[in-house]
Design a binder for this molecule. Sequence first.
Ligand code: C5P
Length: 239
Amino acid sequence: MTHNETAIKTDRLIIALDFPTIDEARSCVQKTSQHCCFYKIGLELLFSGGQDFVKELLADGHRVFVDAKLLDIGATVEKATANIARLGADFLTLHVSDTKTMQAAIKGRGSSSLKLLGVTVLTNLETEDLNEQGISGKTPKELVLHRAKLAKEAGLDGVIASAQEAADIREVVGPDFLIVTPGIRPVGSDIGDQARVMTPKLAIEAGADFLVVGRPISRADNPAEAADQIAREIAAAIV
Ligand code: C5P
């Protein structure tokens, strides 16, 4: 961004703070908060002081997505969800497995404003990985659509999926259901270990409500510049 340009901030961008320490995560927030107001804390940071950092981000006026990807028996999921709701987080993930576990999470969040998002199929997985898991005869997209429908019927607020599946998910779940897409890669950026990737522009056009971006920003030489470019691409794609 040059001095003459105004910073673009979008509420549709969620930056994944995948760092080993709070100091590194805090530094990334400081560099990017001109362009982003929503941050995702995943397993790496959650087990490295991340819960207090959730409170710090919320106190500073940011929105926070706790990417805990819960999956356990109902009673455990319910209590864990209640604790995360108490932190004041905005989004929480759990795996879409069976209806009773998803309903336990809904019970756990109680009357809080915590939104529950179902992880359909991780964006780094392909057909051969599903075969390995014993889920044969289904492509990732077919499984994503099946799980998105299950999540909606169970009463979750939305799903996490690749933007490559967003348009088809929207057809299955209708308009009032959040589609949050990781695996976002601007043109020319490194795919890393992701498999089912899409650019920010195409993800918005496919119907994604929120885009989760990690390494293209967090590992960029200039995270502020990278966040600015992605925020601009998102803003331009929203009609
Ligand atoms: O660095 P990158 O942009 O690939 O980060 C994507 C983030 O989204 C990571 O924090 C990862 O855990 C998360 N995620 C994902 N696929 C899912 C759910 C979450 O990549 N299905």
